[in-house]
Write a protein that binds this ligand. Structure first.
Ligand code: HEC
Length: 165
């Protein structure tokens, strides 16, 4: 193969992979993008789940912080239903005890909820997603596990957290 052909082939391959990446994203209907900048949203609360006494320890053990974006914030304050575009982030850090402290270590995952009544009518209008570790691409296969538990909060529009003043 001449280098010219090799060049063209690489170009075609590059285009094809780029296209399939775009297409792949578009075909995952209602996929939630990584919530860039969420640390600048409103901090709602933090909690440390530190022992097996808590039933959620296996899955959610560690330090978590909850954030809400500007669209969701007024509803959280007033306890009203959330408008489309509202987002919550639940970030979970691993922990370690050290010289009388409990320190946050690496991030285990980010769990995200995004309101869009048209896209997610089957789950109370909320989309759910999980970003493992520091990955920027969501990995959640089935939102049912999330929604099943969050359904108990239906009167509060499926949101658990209260703002801690
Ligand atoms: C076993 C029950 C349970 C399951 C399963 C669960 N959650 Fe939650 N989730 C909670 C609780 C309890 C809180 C509140 C934590 C707090 O008060 O600090 C919460 C909080 C959240 C929040 C912050 C907003 C809110 O409702 O307070 C997000 C975002 C979230 N969860 C996303 C998810 C996603 C995504 C999944 C699925 C991968 C999921 N959750 C699965 C119980 C659950």
């Amino acid at each position: 193969m001449t280098s010219r052909y090799r060049f063209i082939l690489l170009g075609v391959l590059g285009f094809a992979t780029g296209f399939s990446a775009l297409f792949g994203q578009a075909s995952k209907k209602g996929a939630i993008a990584y919530p860039t900048g969420y640390r600048h949203w409103t901090h709602v609360k933090s909690m440390l789940i530190y022992s097996k006494e808590n039933a959620l320890f296996e899955k959610f053990g560690g330090l978590h912080n909850v954030y809400v974006n500007d669209i969701g914030w007024p509803s959280l304050q007033k306890g009203r239903a959330y408008p489309d575009g509202s987002m919550f982030v639940f970030e979970l850090f691993d922990m370690r005890t050290f010289q009388g402290t409990i320190e946050a270590r690496g991030r285990k995952f980010l769990a995200v909820m995004k309101k869009n009544s048209k896209l997610y009518p089957g789950t109370g209008g909320w989309g759910f997603e999980v970003f493992q570790g520091y990955q920027a691409t969501g990995s959640l296969k089935d939102t049912k596990q999330c929604f099943d538990c969050h359904s108990s909060q239906k009167p509060r529009d499926y949101v658990y957290s209260d703002y801690v003043e």
